[in-house]
Design a protein around this ligand. Structure first.
Ligand SMILES: [Zn+2]
Length: 274
């Protein structure tokens, strides 16, 4: 991944978005009536994604694109069978999710985070308001804590707000991930040597040749369903060090709805940051 704005760990695929023409019978003539009636439009659903299919008798190839307004558009010859669209979208999913992720991060204008009372901070998919208070009011508590539905930060540490939050997120995510792993172990064919939480830049997760699984501390901000996806994605990489079909098949066994989670993360992941 070369672009900072992309948030999954998948390498970017700059595949062309046009597939070869469907295998048309050589004798098949374009349907003149359909051509006269103008292009037909219908919706094609693939997991959580809805595509507008625009058919035209004059088209010979199927192409897939993401419009400026975010619409997913498929241009296809008349009467293209849904099975063919299914194969097209399946083959292009990495490219497609990459585009959706790019779009999501471009539309999120990042502003500098302020560590003042009233600011909202994510944890496990929920936003909590921050309360900055003099330490004297709670002398025994940690500089940063989450209590009673609020993040509480000692005033004299407000200038270290970012460091304290990243540390807090890392600690809590680590505890959560260890517990997840304890439950998952019996289902894993290859065990991780350890789980580390750190700053991974533009990646949500990573795994090393030494079977060490790393998670970005930002995963702590995500809804837990998405955190599960990131963790399982990396755990499956211990077995398959690539993103080919065998990898996704195995992930599908462990997490049957992984595609919906992956799609959600591509579109909304950029919003979960400090
Ligand atoms: Zn991966």
């Amino acid at each position: 991944m070369r672009d900072d704005r992309r948030r999954t760990d998948e390498p970017r695929q700059e595949a062309a978005s046009t597939l070869a023409a469907p295998e048309l019978n050589a004798d098949l003539k374009p349907d003149l009536n359909a051509a006269l009636a103008g292009p037909a439009e219908w919706n094609f659903q693939w997991h959580d994604l809805t595509f507008t299919v625009r058919e035209s008798a004059r088209r010979k190839t199927v192409s897939l694109g993401l419009e400026r307004d975010g619409q997913l558009l498929i241009l296809a010859p008349a009467n293209t069978p849904p099975g063919q669209l299914e194969r097209l979208v399946t083959a292009r999913q990495d490219w497609l999710y990459g585009k959706l992720a790019e779009r999501a991060s471009l539309s999120t204008s990042r502003r500098e985070r302020e560590y003042v009372s009233g600011e909202g901070f994510w944890h496990a998919g929920r936003s909590y308001r921050l309360l900055v208070r003099p330490a004297a009011e709670s002398p025994v508590s940690a500089p940063l804590s989450l209590q009673g539905g609020r993040f509480r930060l000692h005033q004299e540490h407000a200038d270290q707000g970012r460091a304290l939050f990243t540390e807090w997120y890392a600690e809590h995510l680590h505890v959560w991930a260890e517990e997840q792993l304890r439950q998952l172990r019996p289902r894993l064919r290859v065990q991780p040597s350890r789980i580390r939480v750190t700053d991974l830049g533009h990646r949500w997760g990573a795994c090393s040749a030494a079977h060490e699984v790393s998670l970005h501390w930002r995963v702590a901000l995500l809804p837990r369903r998405m955190a599960e996806y990131v963790l399982l994605h990396e755990l499956v990489h211990l077995e398959h060090h690539h993103h080919r079909a065998a990898f996704w098949d195995r992930l599908g066994v462990l997490l049957p709805d992984y595609l919906d989670r992956k799609g959600w993360l591509a579109r909304h992941g950029a919003d979960y940051d400090l």
